[in-house]
Each structure stands twice: as structure tokens, then as C-alpha cells.
Write a protein that binds this ligand. Structure first.
Ligand SMILES: CC(C)(COP(=O)(O)OP(=O)(O)OC[C@H]1O[C@@H](n2cnc3c(N)ncnc32)[C@H](O)[C@@H]1OP(=O)(O)O)[C@@H](O)C(=O)NCCC(=O)NCCS
Length: 184
């Protein structure tokens, strides 16, 4: 059975599975960005995120094929990150389904703005370029940006190109209104 759901804090024993999925999914993208890629998340940090009730997963018969971290940063603003899909299931709509879920659940809670951070190298890498196009198609708009050297100096020394961390945001209400106007 397929389910998209928030992992319960009592499911912290799934941290190893989620960390493996995230690190497998990020490997190729990290190689395009860094000369010495490192795992995206440790099992310990995934455990903390699950304990804080912040991981949403896409699972099929108990096998987790996709995951995304989602937290509300205020009553009106939500944030998602660490969106990851098992490489052998890529391209089948799992990431789209996860984002549809977190955006609609957030809207139902009264959250109006959803945010994400995207690494954008000055020389676009194929994966980051694809992500940028996809998020923009979904209604996300680029806002403030920071030089990644000022955000994570340790990791930034291995960047292949100068890179900005760009904050994107989407007005969930506006986009939903626009979508319903287009549909009818
Ligand atoms: C990014 C990622 C989560 C996408 O997962 P996925 O399940 O393959 O994505 P989906 O099949 O749901 O497709 C999402 C969109 O990308 C498009 N897409 C899928 N494969 C593509 C490809 N090879 N080239 C270009 N676009 C592609 C789809 O058409 C879809 O766009 P649409 O909704 O406008 O139709 C996955 O590649 C991944 O885990 N990457 C590594 C981690 C990462 O970069 N996370 C994001 C950090 S901000």
C-alpha cells in the first residue's frame, strides 16, 4: 500500500532507512557541486528530525521511497528541505506527490507561504538547473540570496563554482487561487 504521511516520533527507528535514502539520493547532485562530496545527513540528525515530527515520507508497503523535511517557522510560514527520492524510483512523480502533500497540508493549517533554500552555482549544474526550473514551474519565486561561503564555510571550500544559497518562496493561497481559475 502506498502512503504519504508524517513519520511519528515513535518511528525514530526508521532513521537509518531515511538517512540512507537521503544520502543515496543526494550523491549525484553533490558530486556536481562539490569536489569532495559528503553525506547530506547523519543518522543522528535524522533521528532528531523524526523526533521533532518533521519528516514526511512516501512509503510503499513499509519501504520508504521518498522523504522531505517540513517544518513551520511561524503560524504563516512553512519551510521544506532535504527533498529526496530513492534513485531507482526517480522520475515517477514521487517528489511531486510529496510536495503536493506538504503544500496542501500546510494550507489546511493556515500556512500561507512555503519556503525552500536552493544552492545555485554561478555555472549552472544540470541537476540544480532542473530543480530551479521545476520549483519556478510550481510557483516558487527567488528572493534573498547568500554566498554559500558565508553560510557553511567548511563545506564551501570544496565547491566547484562560486555558489549562492537562494531562498525561494511561494504564496500557497495565491497559487491555489490561480490554479483553480485556470482549471475552471
Ligand atoms: C529532486 C528529486 C527529489 C526529484 O525526485 P523525482 O521523484 O525524480 O521527481 P518527480 O518524478 O516527482 O518529478 C519532479 C519534476 O521534475 C521533472 N523531471 C523528472 N525527471 C526529470 C529529468 N530527468 N529532467 C528534467 N526534469 C525532470 C518532472 O517532470 C517533474 O516536473 P513537473 O511536476 O512539472 O511535471 C530527486 O531527483 C532527488 O532526490 N535529487 C537529489 C536531492 C535533491 O536535489 N533534492 C532537492 C534539494 S532542493
Amino acid at each position: 500500500m502506498t502512503a504519504i504521511r508524517r513519520l511519528r516520533p515513535s518511528e525514530v527507528s526508521r532513521a537509518y532507512d531515511v538517512a540512507s535514502l537521503v544520502n543515496d539520493a543526494y550523491r549525484a547532485a553533490q558530486e556536481q557541486l562539490f569536489t569532495e562530496p559528503t553525506p547530506r545527513l547523519s543518522v543522528e540528525s535524522v533521528s532528531r528530525i523524526i523526533a521533532d515530527d518533521e519528516f514526511v515520507v512516501y512509503d510503499v508497503d513499509e519501504r520508504i521511497l521518498g522523504a522531505v523535511l517540513q517544518r513551520d517557522t511561524s503560524l504563516r510560514v512553512g519551510f521544506f528541505g532535504v527533498l529526496a527520492v530513492q534513485p531507482d524510483s526517480a522520475g515517477s512523480g514521487i517528489a511531486r506527490a510529496l510536495l503536493d502533500f506538504v503544500e496542501s497540508q500546510a494550507l489546511a493549517r493556515g500556512v500561507e507561504i512555503m519556503e525552500l533554500d536552493l544552492l545555485l552555482p554561478d555555472t549552472p549544474t544540470p541537476h540544480q538547473h532542473r530543480l530551479k526550473e521545476w520549483y519556478e514551474r510550481r510557483g516558487y519565486v527567488a528572493g534573498s540570496s547568500r554566498d554559500f561561503r558565508d553560510v557553511e564555510p567548511e563545506a564551501a571550500q570544496y565547491l566547484r563554482y562560486p555558489t549562492q544559497l537562494v531562498r525561494y518562496s511561494k504564496n500557497l493561497r495565491l497559487t491555489n487561487d490561480v490554479t483553480s481559475k485556470l482549471t475552471f
